[in-house]
Write a protein that binds this ligand. Structure first.
Ligand SMILES: CC(=O)N[C@H]1[C@@H](OP(=O)(O)OP(=O)(O)OC[C@H]2O[C@@H](n3ccc(=O)[nH]c3=O)[C@H](O)[C@@H]2O)O[C@H](CO)[C@@H](O)[C@@H]1O
Length: 364
C-alpha cells in the first residue's frame, strides 16, 4: 500500500478528475489525501480521501504590483503550510491537477524530493501546470496533441482525462435514437458553475421552435441561482417541459439519457461526452486567456462528435435553426453519438493510476 497526495483547485474542472483517480487508487488499496483550497466546500462533499487539507493559495496578477506582492506572500505561506502537511503525511508521490491552488503544495513536494505527476485535463496546457512542469517527474496528458506541452524536457504519457465512477457506471448505455413523435431529451449545462449565456439564449431559441417539436421536448437545464425564475417563466410561456436546477448531482445519468447536449467545453464535460458517447453543441467559454475550451471543443468537432459554436455568433435565432435541423435529422445525431464515443477514453483512470504507481516506485 502506498500513500498519495492529490492536489487540485477546488472547482469541478480540476476536482472531478482528481476524484476519479482517488476512487481508482483506493480500489487498489492505497491511502489518499487531498490538498486543495477552501472552495472544496461547494464541490467535494463526497471526495474519497482519508483527509482533506486546505492550503492558502492565490492567483498572481501581473497587472497590479500590490496584488502581485500580496499573492507572493500568500503563496509563500501556502508552501510553508504544505511543507508541514507533507512531512506528516509522507506521500510516496503527489499528483497535481492544475489550477493555482496546486502551486504551493506541488512546489513543497518538490522541495521534499517527493516524485510529482502533473495531469493536464485540457487540450491547452494551463498556466499553473506550465509553471510547475520543471518540478515534476512526468506529465500526463488528456489529448495526444496538447498546445504548450512541449519544451519542458519531461517524459509525457497520454492517459486521457479520468471520469468519475458515477460516469463510468452509466458508460455503455446505448444511444436511444430519436423516433418520430417520441419525446426528445435535451440537456443544457454550463460547466460546474453554470453559464449565464445559456439562460439568455437557449430558452428563447426553444420558444422559437415549431409547436410540433416543442411539445416533444423534455429539457433539463442547469441555471445559475439568479436566473432560475426568468428561465422557468420563458419555458412556461412556450409550454415546454423543463427541469431546472443550479447543479445536478445526477448529471452523468442525465447525459446518458439525452438525445442532444448543449454545453460548454470544459475538460470534464468533453471527457464525459466522449465516454458516454452523446452528441453535443459545444459553446466554449469565451475570453479565457488560453482558449482551452475552444481547443477541447475542436478535438470533439474534428472527431465528428460535436458542433462547435462560438458564443459571439450564437443567437436565439441561429440556435433555433440549428436545433430544428438536428432534431429533424436523427441519423446525424446517431452518427455524432458514435463519433463522440470514439474520441472518449474510458480507461483513462486506470492508465493514470498505473502511471502514478510506477512513478512512486521510481519506474516511470
Ligand atoms: C470557468 C473555468 O475556469 N472553466 C474551466 C473549468 O471548467 P468547469 O469546472 O466549469 O468545467 P468542466 O467541464 O471541466 O467540469 C464540469 C463538471 O461539472 C459536472 N457538472 C456540471 C453541471 C451540473 O449540473 N452537474 C455536474 O455534475 C460535469 O459533469 C463535469 O464533470 O475547468 C476546466 C478544466 O480545467 C476548464 O476546461 C475550464 O475552462
Amino acid at each position: 500500500m502506498s500513500t498519495f497526495a492529490l492536489m487540485a483547485g477546488g472547482t469541478g474542472g480540476h476536482l472531478f478528475p482528481a476524484m476519479a483517480l482517488a476512487q481508482e487508487l483506493r480500489r487498489r488499496g492505497h491511502d489518499i489525501h487531498l490538498v486543495t483550497d477552501e472552495r472544496i466546500a461547494a464541490y467535494g462533499a463526497d471526495f474519497p480521501a482519508s483527509a482533506i487539507h486546505i492550503v492558502p493559495a492565490a492567483t498572481p496578477s501581473i497587472r497590479n504590483p500590490l496584488k502581485f506582492a500580496q499573492a507572493g506572500f500568500t503563496i509563500l505561506g501556502g508552501v510553508g503550510t504544505a511543507l508541514g502537511i507533507l512531512r506528516k503525511v509522507r506521500p510516496d508521490a503527489v499528483v497535481g491537477f492544475g489550477g493555482y491552488p496546486c502551486f504551493p503544495p506541488f512546489l513543497a513536494a518538490s522541495l521534499l524530493r517527493i516524485p510529482g505527476i502533473l495531469h493536464e485535463q485540457n487540450a491547452v496546457m494551463g498556466r499553473a501546470n506550465r509553471a510547475l512542469a520543471r518540478f515534476a517527474s512526468v506529465l500526463a496528458l488528456s489529448f495526444a496533441e496538447t498546445i504548450h506541452a512541449e519544451g519542458f524536457g519531461l517524459p509525457k504519457v497520454v492517459t486521457g482525462n479520468p471520469v468519475r465512477d458515477r460516469v463510468r457506471a452509466v458508460a455503455g448505455t446505448p444511444y436511444r435514437g430519436l423516433s418520430d413523435n417520441a419525446p426528445i431529451a435535451l440537456l443544457v449545462f454550463g460547466g460546474s458553475q453554470g453559464a449565464r449565456a445559456f439562460s439568455d439564449i437557449v430558452p428563447v431559441a426553444i420558444a422559437l421552435l415549431d409547436e410540433s417539436l416543442r411539445r416533444r421536448l423534455d429539457v433539463t437545464q442547469q441555471c445559475r441561482e439568479e436566473d432560475l425564475d426568468r428561465v422557468a417563466e420563458i419555458y412556461r410561456g412556450a409550454r415546454v417541459n423543463v427541469d431546472l436546477a443550479r447543479f445536478f448531482t445526477d448529471l452523468p445519468e442525465r447525459i446518458a439519457a439525452s438525445h442532444l447536449v448543449i454545453g460548454r467545453a470544459g475538460a470534464s464535460t468533453v471527457a464525459e461526452l466522449g465516454v458516454l458517447g452523446r452528441p453535443a453543441i459545444l459553446v466554449p467559454l469565451p475570453g479565457s486567456l488560453d482558449q482551452d475550451q475552444r481547443a477541447n471543443a475542436m478535438v470533439m468537432e474534428k472527431g465528428g462528435g460535436a458542433w462547435l459554436c462560438e458564443q459571439a455568433t450564437l443567437s436565439p435565432q441561429s440556435l433555433a435553426t440549428q436545433l430544428n435541423d438536428l432534431l429533424l435529422a436523427p441519423d446525424r445525431l446517431a452518427r455524432a453519438a458514435e463519433a463522440a464515443q470514439s474520441v472518449g477514453v474510458p480507461d483513462a483512470v486506470e492508465r493514470l493510476a498505473d502511471l502514478v504507481e510506477q512513478t512512486a516506485k521510481g519506474q516511470s
